[in-house]
Design a protein around this ligand. Structure first.
Ligand code: HAM
Length: 437
């Protein structure tokens, strides 16, 4: 028997309905904010992620699933190096959505000079080679947005407001949500801050883990996220980004907070929130759900340098993504049902083989009128058909006997009350719809 890959899940039944509900809610809410849907390929050239997410990030260094065509695979194993591969032959499954959307925006010129910002949302599977655990999968699903061409702090605030409204519409109790925000500075102030954190780590090198010493060289801010308790303790005294923002970044951050205050959005400032992707500048944010035990259910931020890193003109950007699987777990921990009930239907039952043609026509007519309709395809007795109708959660049964068919009539049976009424076959769909309404 085949087995699914570790850290992947089959989406079906109620779980699939929950994922669809997240997409429907996103389409409705994000649509009101002017966002259009986009789908980019699940595989991109490795360089798209290296340029965007950053060569030194865990996502790029350790977690990307690399893809080579079958034809090249043997060759690669034999040579033991990918050095001979052309950039277009070096591919990876997307670990996140932002880099691909920005690549698409550059390639298709979504934000030409002087144009209005591009506002895009997506609902897609993402792939990260992480160690699977609760709320951490190798194939997971994100709903995300990317807003390209809007430098104003109001865009940051609107993104966050829309995200919190999204959680509310999915059924979260807002008092259980914790929104953390920070500003990471920009090209003007971050390099000097980075150097300060690096110097701090090196000053404490005897107290910190090997990973953090490596981080000091390639990505010192990641040391704030180290899981080692001792590193955590040491980093509590490290220089904080808030004290090192340049004037423009400090002003931008103050504006974002002012807009959030005006909108009545509660937040906690966390000067150690650095996020795991290198493209962020200025505002970053993450949301957790109290007591859910799954970590961040969503996160995002501003990435004003990313379009250039992907080969485009300087264009600011901001966005966020939320994780479906973590949201499902967090809502379940609050006793909220995202899945909804199994759908009900109308069941068309026939008495005797000679009514099969009439059952076939009635079934098609009801489906044509938009009614979810089921019938018997296994030659069952009437009693067995009623049983089957109950299993399929039929609210009504249409019963067709030989005499009724001859008279152009049909019986509608209410499955809850067992009340029956005869109606003309010609108006069956209208009669059924009236009763369902
Ligand atoms: P991220 O924080 O890496 O950001 O992922 C966003 C969300 O995806 C997380 O908060 C979490 O809910 C979910 N997630 C991440 N990794 C996993 C996993 N292995 N298993 C299950 N769920 C996971 C981004 O991906 C950015 N692209 C967000 C963004 C958009 N920033 C700007 N625009």
């Amino acid at each position: 028997m085949g087995q699914k890959v570790q850290g992947t899940e089959d989406l079906y039944g109620g779980y699939m309905r929950a994922w669809q509900r997240m997409q429907d809610t996103a389409r409705e809410l994000f649509g009101a904010y002017g966002f259009d849907a986009i789908e980019t390929p699940a595989i991109e050239q490795v360089d798209t992620f290296v340029h965007g997410i950053g060569e030194s990030t865990d996502v790029v260094r350790k977690e990307m699933f690399r893809v080579v065509s079958g034809a090249l695979f043997g060759d690669l194993l034999e040579k033991g190096t990918e050095a001979g591969l052309k950039p277009r032959q070096r591919m990876a499954m997307r670990p996140e959505g932002t880099a691909g959307v920005v690549r698409a925006a550059v390639e298709n010129n979504f934000v030409p000079q002087g144009a209005a910002p591009a506002k895009l949302w997506y609902a897609e599977a993402m792939f990260r080679g992480e160690r699977p655990q609760k709320g951490r999968l190798r194939q997971f699903h994100q709903v995300g947005v990317e807003w390209l061409g809007a430098p104003d702090a109001a865009a940051d605030a609107e993104c966050i407001i829309m995200l919190m409204e999204y959680f509310k519409r999915l059924g979260f109790d807002p008092s259980k949500l914790r929104l953390y925000i920070n500003s990471m500075g920009d090209g003007a102030c971050r390099p000097a801050y980075r150097d300060k954190v690096k110097a701090f780590i090196l000053d404490h090198k005897d107290e910190m883990c090997e990973d953090c010493l490596e981080r000091a060289e390639i990505n010192p801010l990641r040391a704030f996220d180290c899981k080692n308790p001792r590193c955590h303790e040491v980093m509590a005294d490290a220089p904080l980004v808030n004290d090192h923002l340049c004037g423009d970044c400090a002003e931008h951050y103050a504006q974002v907070k002012k807009y959030l205050d005006e909108a009545g959005i509660a937040y906690t400032e966390d000067p150690t929130l650095v996020r795991g992707l290198d493209y962020y500048t200025r505002t970053v944010f993450e949301v957790e759900c109290e007591g859910s035990g799954v970590g961040a259910i969503g996160g995002g931020g501003r990435y004003d340098g990313l379009m250039e890193l992907e080969g485009g003109k300087p264009t600011p950007g901001i966005g966020f993504a939320v994780g479906f699987e973590r949201i499902a777990l967090a809502l379940a921990s609050q006793g909220v049902d995202l899945e909804g009930a199994d759908p009900s239907c109308v069941y068309v039952a026939g008495i005797g083989a000679e009514t099969r043609g009439a059952v076939f026509s009635a079934t098609l007519a009801l489906r044509g009128a938009g009614v979810r309709t089921e019938a018997d395809y296994q030659g069952r007795s009437l009693k067995a058909q009623f049983k089957q109708a109950d299993k399929l959660r039929a609210t009504l049964c249409v019963v067709l006997g030989p005499d009724e068919v001859a008279a152009g009539q049909a019986t509608i049976r209410d499955m809850a009350t067992h009340e029956q009424v005869q109606v003309p076959m010609a108006s069956l769909a209208d009669e059924v719809k009236a009763r369902l309404a």
